[in-house]
Design a binder for this molecule. Sequence first.
Ligand SMILES: [Zn+2]
Ligand SMILES: [Zn+2]
Length: 411
Amino acid sequence: MRMFVLEKLASAACGTGVAAWLALLGACAPLGWFSPSPASGATAHTDSADVELAGFTGSESAEPEAEANAASTADDDARASEGDAQVAAGAAVEAASEAPPTGDLRIDRGPSAVPLLIPRGEELLFEVEIDLGALGDPTVGRVTLSSGADAYVEGLPSTRGAAKKSGLEVGWIKSRAQGRHLSYELDHELYVRHLPQVMPRILMNDTQRGSENRRRKLKVGLQDGVPTAVHEHDGHCKDCTNPEHFVESRWMWGKPYHCEKCKQMEHRVWKPSLSRTVPDGTLDMLSAVYLARSMITTGQASTTFPLIDKQKLWNVALERGRRKIVRVPAGRFDCVEVQLKTSRPPSEPNDEEGFQGLFGIQGTIQIWFEATTGVPVLISGTLPVPILGDLDVRVQLKKATGTPSAFKPAE
Ligand SMILES: [Zn+2]
Ligand SMILES: [Zn+2]
C-alpha cells in the first residue's frame, strides 16, 4: 500500500527532483550505495564540432590546474568546449599574471555584491536521508559536490593546437545526485561553468539519466547588451521518420508506429530554446549555494540576488543565522547557518507554484557551513509530498577532499 501511494506520488510530483527521490523511496528500504560505475550515462550528446574541440582542450589539459581537476571527463570537456566556443570572438581579454593560481577562483559580481568564490579541486561527498517518521530514516542516495577552475580557451582554434591562451579561467561547479533501488536508478547532474565572456557568462547543463532521461541547458549572459537567460530542454520526439523511433504494433495486423512516449534517452530531441530578459547578476541554483558559502568567508551577514530556474525568476535572500556544532557522518563541525529564502519578484506572474530548489527541496533551504572555511556540512529542507505532508531531507557530509587545511572537525 505504502509503496503504491509513493509510486503514485512520484509520478504525480511535478518537480523531477522530488519525483526521483520519491521513486527511490518507493520500496522504502535502506539503500546500498550506488556503485560508482560510470556506465549509465557514458554516451554524451556531442556533435562533430564538439568532438573536435574536445580533442583540442585535451591537449591543453597538460596545464597543472587542469590536471588537478580530477572530476573532469571527456564528456565534460566536450560540453565545456561547446560553451567556450559559442562566444568568444569579442570577449574582453585581460592580461594575466604567470603565477599559478591558488585559493578560490573569485568572480566579482559588482562593487557592493558578494563575489562568487569557487574552490579549486574540491570534492564533497554527502549522503541523503529523507525522514519518514515512523516508517524509518532511510538513506536514499548520495550527492557529490565538486568544483574547480580550468584555463579559458578563447574562441575557436584556427588550427589544432594553436589556440591563444588568454590567461583567464573558467570556474565550474558540479552536483551529482545518485541513487538506486531495485529497478529504479537515478543519476542527476547539474554542471555549471562561469565563463569570462559576454554570452554565455553562465552555462548550466542539467542531465538526468537512469530510469528517466531528461536534459536541460541554461545560458545566462548579455545578448545585444541585455542580460538574458536562454533555456533549452529536450522531450520525446513526435512523428519523425527515424525507424529507430518506431515500435511494433501490439495488434497483430497493425503496422509499426512512431513511439508516442517512452523513457528512452534515444527517443528524445532538443526543443526550440526560450529566451527571456533577466536582471543583472542573475545566478543559477547551484551557484546560489556557493554564493551562500562565499558569504561565510567574506563576512557579509545577508544579501539578495535574482535566480533563474528554467524560465522562472526568483528573488533569493541569503541570511546568516545560528552558530552551532553539527554532527554528520564526516564528524562534528563548528557551523554557521545560512538560510536561502525565495520569493517571486512582483513583476513576475504569480502562478502559486512554490520554489523547488536543489535536490527538490521546496521553500526555505538551510545550509550549515563550517565557520572558518565555509565548507558545506549539512543541507536541509523539506520535500513537499501530498498526503504524507512535508518530509525532512538531510544532505549530510560524509567525506571531503581538496578542502582548505583549516577545515577540521570541532574539538
Ligand atoms: Zn522520432
Ligand atoms: Zn519513445
